[in-house]
Structures are given as C-alpha cells and as structure tokens.
Write a protein of this length. Structure first.
Length: 400
C-alpha cells in the first residue's frame, strides 16, 4: 500500500471515498483515519453537526450531585452545560446560558437554592424556569413564565450521567449498552463514590485523546517508566469488535506482576473491593470506550474514568478521576491510599498527555499518512470504523 498522502492540507467540507474506504476493511487489512480528519477545522464542524451533538455524552457521576441544589458545569463543543439536582430530587441538564444576555448562570460546581445570572440578576429555579427578572415591568408582552433555560436530554446509566444535545427525540442509551451492563453491575457503579483527580486542556484533536485510551498497544513504550511490564501489550485480549456502541479490551497482568498490588501495578490503589466481583474481574484490567468519548478502565478495586470534551478542532478539555466502592471511600486509610494512588496515576496520565500532544503534532504534517493497525489495537480500528460508519449513516451527503 502506498504511503503517499491522499491529499494536501486543503480544507474541505466533503469526505472522499478513497480517504475512508481503508478504515472499513477488517482490522488486519485496515488503515487508520486520514490525518487531515484530526487537523482540518471543516472536518470538526461536520463532526459537531452530524456526530457529536447528537451522541450521548458523559458529563459526570450521580455521586457528584447527590443532594438537591448540587450542580456542576461542563463545556462540550464550546456549549456550556449545567447539571443540577432540583428540590424534587430530579436531575436536569440545562443550557448554562441566561435567556436575557447569554451570560452563564452558574460557574464551576457547588450547591445553591436558586440560579442567579450575575450580569443582570435574572433568577431561575433549579429546574431552569425563570423566577424573576428585575426592571422588566415595562417590557411589552413579557412574562417570566414564558421563559426558561433550554433543557437537554439526560439519561443516567449505571450511575453515570449522559447528555444529548439533539433538539428532537433521541433513542435511549441503555439498550445499546446491555451487553456491557453486567461488568458495571458487578463493580456496583450506581453506588460508587467518584473522586476527581485532575483536569486537562490539551492542544490536540479529541480523536487523538480517544485513540490513546482505546488501546493498550502503546503501553510498552509510552508507559515504559510508569507501568513497565505490569500489563504488557502482547497480552492484550480483544474478544469482540462487533459491538455497535463501545469497544473493549482485557489486560491480564504480566508474569511477575500482581494486578491487586500497588507496588506491582501503579493503576491499582489497594482499595476495598466491591462485593459482587467474579473471577474474571480479579485477574485482569478491562478498559474501553463508549462511543464517542467515554473512556473507562476497570481494575478490581476501582474504575478510572476520563471524560473527553471536544471544544475545537485543535483543543480538547476534560477531567479524570476514580470511582471506588462506598466501603473503600469510608475506610479509615482511604485518604492515605488515595493520595498515594494520585501520585502514581499522575505519572501514567501525564505520559498519555505527552503521547497525545506528540501525536497531534504529527497529524498536522503534510507528509502524515494513514497507518496500519496491529492486532493489539483492534479496538482502535473498532472506534475508527464506528466513526466513519456513523458519519456515513447520519450524513451520506458529505461523502463524495
């Protein structure tokens, strides 16, 4: 196969068939997504319109908004979103944009009795309905009851909060994840406690971030210092690449490593284990992506979560943290173990961030080509295939 780039760096609002046909072959014959799909602003605009804003996007865990008035904010594709629990104990995903002059009505995270826009003091109830608007008594045909913050679709799946920005009806997420559900049930993710460890703001396309978390092939090199041979790439097990909504890989521990021992494996914290694990959960780490951007990674004692938020074609933000059982979170030694875990995990995640930014630097090269796929990264091919097929299905007119 030729290594000549398919095209120069021109911007295009169409995808050519020869650019993507190799992505749809079986993984042992396939090529990766064209490099320009990572660096072309026009491609990102097509993704936003036809893929990202109509997908179920992970924004947090229910333990972060456990009480009425609890809220947090997130931006996705530069769209400000507010997740809040109202007085009736109902969760809402609201546009974090005042209907008056489009100023944010909430910042960061916290707990509140009402939402107040700090620009002109317009006040909203926790369900997004407008409660009060100062000095509007002379406005003709104005009634506060006619105004509210836009509400997005929201679904809670196994404790995780997903938001969909599609304006019309959307299919539920849960049926598409039915085969994945038993794994999350055994780890009791509905009842786990989430602890944020950090945020990131990378000069990189969002697919670079997904790419690195979608496979274990890079572990032996990028994580040579932090992980060593604890989960070698050569032992990666990928049993199925036919799931329509997610990819999954299994990582047995190395010959001389104990995946339950933090001294052997830096992504294990030594926390109390959930009570419903079976043998398959005890002898391997399991990771994957719920498409398009929910990165999850189970060790026996915890779930490592990376939320990946595309903003522009060359900027991706997000946060990462862990979920542990309530028993682990309430243990007397949890704080000590968590601080130790944060230090060891930070080395791993910083190595990933380095890999992501270096990858994106290469994607912008005029000589970058579509690569081939190893059997150890068949999950990466799975994501790329889903990406192309999803765009073909939702917007066939953009393909020439």
């Amino acid at each position: 196969m030729s290594t000549t780039p398919v095209s120069t760096r021109q911007v295009s609002n169409r995808f050519r068939a020869e650019e993507v046909e190799g992505c749809l072959l079986e993984y042992n014959s396939a090529t990766t997504i064209p490099p320009r799909f990572y660096s072309d602003p026009a491609v990102f605009e097509l993704e936003k319109e036809h893929l990202l804003k109509s997908s179920w996007i992970p924004v947090g865990h229910i333990s972060e908004v456990g009480k009425p008035g609890d809220y947090f904010t997130v931006d996705f594709c530069e769209e400000p979103v507010l997740v809040i629990r109202d007085r009736a104990d109902k969760l809402h995903a609201l546009s974090n944009v005042c209907v008056h002059r489009n100023f944010p009505v909430a910042h960061d995270r916290g707990n509140c009795n009402l939402l107040r826009c700090r620009y002109h003091n317009w006040i909203y109830n926790l369900d997004g309905t407008l409660r009060g608007a100062p000095l509007m008594e002379n406005a003709r045909d104005f009634s506060a009851g006619d105004w509210r913050l836009h509400e997005f679709h929201l679904e809670v799946w196994r404790g995780f909060i997903f938001v969909n920005m599609e304006r019309g009806p959307v299919p539920e997420l849960a049926p598409r994840l039915a085969d994945l559900e038993p794994k999350f049930l055994r780890h009791e993710t509905d009842d786990m406690v989430y602890f944020e460890m950090g945020e990131f703001d990378l000069e990189a396309n969002w697919k670079c971030v997904v790419d690195i978390f979608a496979e274990n092939y890079h572990t032996d090199s990028v994580h040579e210092i932090s992980l060593g041979d604890s989960v070698p790439a050569g032992k990666t097990v990928i049993e199925n690449t036919n799931m329509p909504a997610y990819c999954l890989f299994r990582l047995p521990s190395g010959d001389n490593s104990d995946i339950l021992n933090p001294d052997d494996y830096s992504l294990t914290g030594g926390f109390a284990l959930p009570g419903n694990l079976d043998e398959s959960d005890m002898n391997a780490a399991v990771g994957g992506i719920v498409f398009p951007n929910f990165s999850w990674y189970f060790n026996p004692d915890l779930l490592f979560i990376t939320q990946i938020n595309p903003q522009t074609h060359n900027r991706t933000t997000g946060r990462y943290g862990i979920g542990v059982s309530k028993e682990a979170a309430e243990a007397p030694d949890f704080t000590e173990k968590f601080e130790a875990y944060k230090q060891s995990a930070k080395l791993v995640i910083d190595e990933d961030f380095w890999g992501i930014t270096q990858m994106y630097r290469g994607k912008r090269s005029g000589f970058a080509v579509q690569g081939r796929t190893s059997h150890s990264e068949a999950t990466l091919w799975h994501f790329h295939k889903w990406y192309i097929e999803s765009l073909q299905s939702s917007a066939p007119e953009i393909f020439e």
